[in-house]
Design a protein around this ligand. Structure first.
Ligand SMILES: *Cc1c(COP(=O)(O)O)cnc(C)c1O
Length: 389
């Protein structure tokens, strides 16, 4: 028997993280209003949340969550296939499908759970998955656990995707599944969905698009960047971001919905979402198509913020959205900038490898329609002072 203590590997791994300045810790905050949070010292303007339309504090959303809890209880008390499908679950799925203009919708407990389990239900070891290089970890997880052959195409590079597709069609794969995001979570840039959908049609491949950051915010009536693009087979939307609630939904065909209800482990073997969450999501869904005023405010905020960050001397990459990276590069410098911003009253978190590629550490700003012009201007003044003092 070895004499090393059994938790030695944990010490090793944590020490390595600390040496690399990559050690992560949880910090707790108390929300105060829609865009402010309190930490243990001070009040901060939160530029790191995903409450893009401020719906988490919307009275109608909160009320329906409370109503549903009072009427139906605090938990769904069973999984969906046992007795956890309440009328409100069914009604919500029909309403989602109808609003987004799809044949069917299926609700999942989170976007992570949906992605990691849907993909592994679609693919098997005879399949091929081609995923954009910057795809979210949950998509990667699902791909790897499916045991399918897995390759990544260069980020937003449809030529690379086509070359991989054309090489794959002669092989013996039972199916090819292409995975991308509509709006990438770390860079805020967009994929060319029309072009990708065309390629998938040409090579008879399935197309799965993660629309997590776009639903509520972009597309006609906030119905996402996938809305109106033909040739997409599956769309994943999340409710923890613009919906201000929790959970996720898949837009698909009725046949696909039946298939997943029968075979998707992450749908079958878990307790259904609680009534409060179903209520909040339903209220958000009622509101979202009519929130163009909030969306326009958000678009104005994005313009102002991007322009100001550039003026302060930073690059923002190819962002075309409410996710704006302030590119710094080094991990230590990025942490220092995040700390300095926090000292000045702004929560703007540092994103470091391995979440993003080495050498591309950044401060990641996410904007909400609820941010005021003054909050943005104060942030930009601080950023400018910090970079040019
Ligand atoms: C946030 C996010 C998810 C995960 O969704 P959760 O509901 O938070 O688990 C999945 N995909 C992308 C692209 C995301 O940004």
């Amino acid at each position: 028997m070895s004499t090393t203590p059994k938790d030695h590997f944990i010490d090793e791994a944590l020490r390595k993280r600390k040496d690399q300045h990559r050690f992560r810790e949880l910090t707790s905050y108390q929300p105060k209003g829609t865009t402010e949070v309190l930490d243990d010292r001070e009040e901060l303007v939160n530029f790191s949340g995903n409450d893009y339309l401020g719906l988490s504090k919307h009275p109608k959303v909160i009320n329906r969550a409370q109503d549903f809890t009072e009427q139906y209880g605090s938990g769904a008390t069973a999984s969906r296939l046992i007795s956890g499908t309440y009328t409100i679950h069914n009604k919500l799925e029909q309403k989602i499908a109808h609003t987004f203009g799809w044949e069917a919708a299926l609700v999942f407990n989170s976007g992570f759970q949906a992605n990691s389990t849907i993909i592994s239900t679609l693919a098997n070891r005879h399949s091929l998955i081609l995923a954009d290089k910057l795809s979210h970890n949950s998509l990667l997880n699902g791909s790897l656990s499916s045991r399918a052959s897995f390759r990544r195409f260069a980020h937003n590079d449809t030529a690379d995707l086509e070359s991989q597709l054309s090489r794959a069609v002669d092989k013996d794969y039972d199916r090819i599944i292409v995975i991308t995001e509509s709006l990438f979570s770390m860079d805020g840039d967009r994929s060319d969905l029309e072009a990708i959908a065309k390629l998938c049609k040409k090579y008879d491949a399935w197309l799965f698009v993660d629309d997590a950051h776009a639903v509520g915010v972009w597309g006609t009536n906030g119905l996402g960047l996938t809305h109106g693009v033909s040739g997409i087979d599956l769309v994943l939307g999340t409710c923890g971001k613009a919906f201000g609630a929790f959970g996720a939904f898949l837009l698909c065909s009725s046949k696909m919905r039946d298939y997943l209800i029968n075979f998707c482990d992450g749908f079958i073997y878990t307790t259904a979402l609680p009534p409060a969450v179903i209520g909040a999501v339903e209220a958000g869904l009622d509101l979202i198509p009519d929130l163009s005023e909030r969306r326009n405010r958000l678009y104005t905020n994005i313009k102002r913020m991007k322009k100001g960050i550039r003026r302060a001397g930073f690059q923002v990459g190819n962002t075309e959205s409410q996710i704006i990276p302030i590119m710094v590069g080094g991990e230590e410098q990025t942490l220092e900038l995040a700390t300095a911003l926090e000292d000045a009253g702004f929560l703007a978190t540092a994103i470091r490898p391995p979440t993003v590629p080495k050498g591309s550490a950044r401060i990641r700003i996410t904007l909400s329609s609820a941010h005021t012009k003054e909050q943005i201007d104060q942030f930009l003044t601080t950023l400018d002072q910090l970079n040019n003092e």
